[in-house]
Design a protein around this ligand. Structure first.
Ligand SMILES: [Zn+2]
Length: 114
């Protein structure tokens, strides 16, 4: 797990306590050893208990976290994570690409990535 203190990935304030599988939920992966791969750092966000409770299942939260994780790891790394799971459901990759498209259209500066 990458060291990133206790900053909430959703609101940006300190004091986060909850782990949240933001992109791929346990139930989306067939039972077995592969299921443990969802605890990859690219899929685990750190949230306040309140943020998790109030916003955890909303589309808005997922889109916000997608942007945070795209900035943190880059699209290639996130696609890599999804592909390693070998899921048949193409919606996860489509979702990521949709968020990237929105960011491009807003003129997001990808050069910030190392
Ligand atoms: Zn928060």
């Amino acid at each position: 797990m990458q060291e990133r203190g206790d900053t909430c990935d959703y609101c940006g304030e300190a004091g986060a306590t909850d782990m949240h599988e933001w992109l791929i939920k346990r139930g989306a992966v067939p039972k077995g050893r592969k299921q443990l791969r969802i605890f990859d750092e690219r899929n685990c966000s750190l949230l306040h208990h309140t943020c998790h409770l109030v916003e955890g299942q909303t589309k808005e939260m997922k889109r916000k976290l997608a942007r945070v994780f795209l900035e943190r790891y880059g699209l290639e790394a996130l696609i890599g994570f999804v592909e390693e799971l070998g899921l048949r459901d193409p919606s996860h990759l489509q979702f990521l690409k949709g968020v990237v498209k929105d960011m491009d259209e807003e003129g997001y500066s990808w050069q910030l990535l190392a």
